[in-house]
Design a protein around this ligand. Structure first.
Ligand SMILES: [Zn+2]
Ligand SMILES: [Zn+2]
Ligand SMILES: [Zn+2]
Ligand SMILES: [Zn+2]
Ligand SMILES: [Zn+2]
Length: 300
C-alpha cells in the first residue's frame, strides 16, 4: 500500500502514483509496459490476474523490475509529513529519510518497556502503549514497575502486586525452600561420604594385596640373584679349568710334535721326553695321558 497523497507537501507527479492503489509508490516495482506499482499492491494483484492493471498487457512477477533511477530520485526527494502528524508531530522530511525520523519520532506510540521479561510476572506485563515522549512519565507510575520491598524483606515487587505482598509469609516460604535444599544437600553429602568410604576400603584392600605381591616378587628376585651368583661362580671355575686344560693341551701337543721328528732329525738332543721314548713303557704312559687330556678338553 502506498503513502497517502494528502501527506505530501507540494505537487506529486502522476507517474509516481501506484496504478493499483493510486497512492504514492511505496517500495516501487515497474512492469515492461513502464507502469509502476507498490510491490505489495502488484503482488496481491498478480495472485488473481496475469496482466497489468492499467493496460491489461500480459504480466507476471518475474518480469517486474526496479523503478527507473530518475523516477526513484524524484520519489525520494518528495517531502512528506510524519505519520504522527495527527498526534502533533510537525516534522516534514524527504521520503528517503522518513523511516529514520519515524523510528525515533517522539509522538510515535510504543509499548511500555515493562512488558519485557526481566520482571517477576512477565506474563502479565504492562499492556499500555504510550507516546515515546511520555514513556518516562508513564514508567514512574506504571503498575508494572518494580522496586524493592519498602519493609526491607529484600523482595523485588511489582507495584501492581505490592498490596498483596506479605513479608513474613514470603520469608517463611523462602526459609522453607532453603531448608528443603539443605536437606537435599545433606542427603547428597551422606551419599558421597558412603561412596568414598567404600572406595577407601577397596583401596586399602588393594594396597595390601599389592604389598604382598611386591614381597613375593622380592623373594623371587633374591632367589634368582642367589642362583645367578652360584651359576656365575661355577662358570668362572669352569672357565679357569678350561684355560688350564687348554694350556695343558697346548703343552702336550707341543710335546707330541717334538717327540716324532726328534728321533730322525735330532737324535742327540738330550730331552726328558727322549729318555721316556727310549723306555717303551713310559712312552705309552705319556701318550695315554695326552689322549686323556685331549678328551677332557673336548668335553669341556
Ligand atoms: Zn499501491
Ligand atoms: Zn501497463
Ligand atoms: Zn514525527
Ligand atoms: Zn507500563
Ligand atoms: Zn516485603
Amino acid at each position: 500500500m502506498g503513502y497517502d497523497l494528502e501527506r505530501f507537501v507540494g505537487y506529486v507527479n502522476e507517474d509516481l502514483l501506484c496504478c493499483v492503489c493510486r497512492d504514492v509508490l511505496e517500495r516501487p516495482l515497474q512492469a515492461p509496459c513502464e507502469h509502476a506499482y507498490c510491490s505489495a499492491c502488484i503482488s496481491s494483484w498478480l495472485v488473481h490476474h496475469r496482466s497489468c492493471p492499467e493496460d491489461r498487457l500480459p504480466l507476471d512477477v518475474g518480469s517486474l523490475k526496479p523503478l527507473f533511477r530518475y523516477m526513484r530520485n524524484d520519489l525520494n526527494r518528495l517531502q512528506i509529513h510524519c505519520i504522527n502528524a495527527g498526534q502533533g508531530c510537525e516534522v516534514v522530511s524527504s521520503l528517503e529519510s522518513l523511516h529514520t525520523h519515524e523510528d525515533e519520532c517522539e509522538f510515535a506510540f510504543i509499548p511500555c518497556s515493562n512488558t519485557d521479561g526481566e520482571y517477576i510476572c512477565y506474563h502479565c506485563g504492562c499492556p499500555v502503549q504510550v507516546e515515546r515522549r511520555g514513556l518516562e512519565a508513564h514508567l514512574s507510575e506504571c503498575n508494572f514497575r518494580s522496586r524493592e520491598c519498602p519493609n526491607g524483606c529484600g523482595h523485588i515487587l511489582l507495584s501492581v502486586s505490592q498490596s498483596q505482598h506479605n513479608c513474613v509469609a514470603e520469608l517463611r516460604a523462602e526459609v522453607e525452600m532453603l531448608r528443603c535444599m539443605l536437606c537435599k544437600v545433606d542427603e547428597m553429602r551422606r551419599e558421597m561420604e558412603s561412596r568414598l568410604d567404600s572406595q577407601r576400603r577397596h583401596m586399602v584392600q588393594k594396597e595390601s594385596q599389592l604389598k604382598n605381591e611386591v614381597e613375593e616378587l622380592k623373594d623371587q628376585l633374591s632367589r634368582v640373584m642367589c642362583d645367578m651368583r652360584t651359576l656365575l661362580g661355577a662358570e668362572r671355575l669352569r672357565r679357569q679349568e678350561l684355560a688350564e686344560a687348554e694350556l695343558e693341551k697346548r703343552e702336550l701337543l707341543e710335546l707330541l710334535r717334538d717327540l716324532q721328528p726328534t728321533r730322525s732329525q735330532h737324535p742327540t738332543e738330550p730331552t726328558r721326553h727322549h729318555e721316556g721314548v727310549r723306555k717303551g713303557g713310559t712312552r705309552s704312559l705319556t701318550l695315554d695321558c695326552i689322549k686323556r687330556k685331549t678328551q677332557e678338553v673336548t668335553v669341556i
